[in-house]
Design a protein around this ligand. Structure first.
Ligand SMILES: Cc1cc2nc3c(=O)[nH]c(=O)nc-3n(C[C@H](O)[C@H](O)[C@H](O)COP(=O)(O)OP(=O)(O)OC[C@H]3O[C@@H](n4cnc5c(N)ncnc54)[C@H](O)[C@@H]3O)c2cc1C
Length: 325
């Protein structure tokens, strides 16, 4: 959407910036990164191919993946809401739903569909034995499995869907036959795929090719500066930090990157980001869930109160100092 190309050695003009513009960058040795072909993402405020100069840059391009877990199209708010409402209608029409992928998103999805529509058959197909993120406590994963079974979700673990490319996603059909590599066939009305999240490196790939980890994330030092580029920071999913990709962590990265921009301008020591003991809450329908906070198990009641009831919607509005429309 917004390709980035570098023009090494050019001196940025005074005062330009991405809202993060600091004082004029004195040395000519710094790269200037030009945002080109911005098209739709910036259409309302910028003309296409306008070059923006900056003194500091934060890259936070996140990850891409399939709807409904991700909504990556450029779209109006109304169209995005409509897409999710249409998806709910597909679920309502279906007597049987197959969720493919038993990572955290698939576990939450299967639990949520079964909670809202207990009369529907919900099958979760996962290529591994362990459900949810591999970095969470085994007892949390075990409880997640038990909650799914208690709700009546059918689990096909250690089986991989073998005809995924032939299946319609997110659309009701009279009969969809899902096959696995173990020879199992599930006849269903709706297939929801909850895997395939990938780092979204398209904006910076060509500019930072030599700074990328194998998954396309930007290699960063402990200050979250892209290796070798002290005024370019990467945060969130697109930063190569050894921890699960989470909004919670992205928020912590943001605090460190912003503090370090200020610190670098005031010649103060930079803050280090150190992944801490993992906090991870799995919302399993509005009435259930399990997780861990700072590495310690938290049970169903706590997770229900903390996350499952409103999925952080109200706290997100508050964080952005906005009120819900
Ligand atoms: C189904 C699901 C459930 C999840 N649940 C949780 C949870 O409960 N708790 C939790 O902490 N985390 C959760 N996560 C993970 C969380 O969503 C991500 O870790 C988080 O969104 C990462 O934030 P980010 O800002 O790095 O990237 P993103 O949220 O992916 O945002 C990146 C943004 O940058 C925009 N962008 C990309 N390229 C360009 C460009 N070139 N120009 C302009 N804009 C661009 C994208 O459109 C996007 O809006 C969940 C993820 C999924 C898929």
């Amino acid at each position: 959407m917004v390709p980035v190309s570098t023009a090494w050695g050019s001196q940025p003009p005074e005062g330009g910036g991405l809202g993060l513009a600091g004082p004029r960058v004195p040395a000519p040795a710094r790269p200037r990164i030009r945002l080109e072909g911005c098209r739709r993402a910036w259409k309302t405020r910028r003309t296409a191919s306008e070059a923006l100069s900056f003194s500091h840059l934060i890259l936070a391009t996140g990850s891409t993946g399939l709807f409904p877990g991700k909504f990556t199209q450029v779209s109006s708010r109304e169209a995005a809401i409509q897409a999710y409402e249409d998806m709910v209608k597909q679920v309502q029409r279906s007597q049987s739903v197959v969720v493919v992928g038993g990572g955290s998103a698939g576990v939450e999805m299967a639990a949520e569909v079964k909670t809202e529509f207990p009369e529907k058959e919900v099958t979760l197909i996962h290529s591994q034995v362990a459900l949810a993120d591999k970095e969470i406590l085994p007892c949390v994963r075990q409880e997640a499995k038990e909650i799914l079974l208690q709700k009546g979700v059918q689990l096909l673990l250690s089986e991989r869907v073998s005809n995924l490319e032939d299946l319609p996603f997110n659309e009701y059909r009279e009969c969809i036959r899902v096959h696995t590599d173990k020879g199992t066939e599930v006849a269903t009305n709706l297939v929801i795929v909850c895997n395939g999240i990938k780092i979204n490196s398209s904006a910076y790939y060509s500019a930072f090719e030599s700074h990328l980890a194998s998954n396309g994330a930007l290699r960063v030092n402990e200050h979250l500066q892209v290796e070798g580029c002290s005024h370019v920071y990467a945060i969130g999913d697109c930063a190569d930090v050894k921890e699960p990709k989470m909004a919670y962590h992205a928020g912590l990265h943001a605090g460190v990157a912003v503090a370090n921009i200020v610190n670098s301008m005031k010649q103060r020591p930079l803050k280090a980001y150190k992944p801490g003991a993992l906090t991870f809450l799995l919302a399993m329908g509005r009435n259930d869930g399990v997780g861990q906070i700072s590495g310690f198990y938290v049970g169903r009641l706590m997770v229900r109160l903390a996350k499952s009831r409103d999925l952080f919607v109200s706290s997100s509005w508050k964080t952005m100092r906005q009120s819900p429309p």
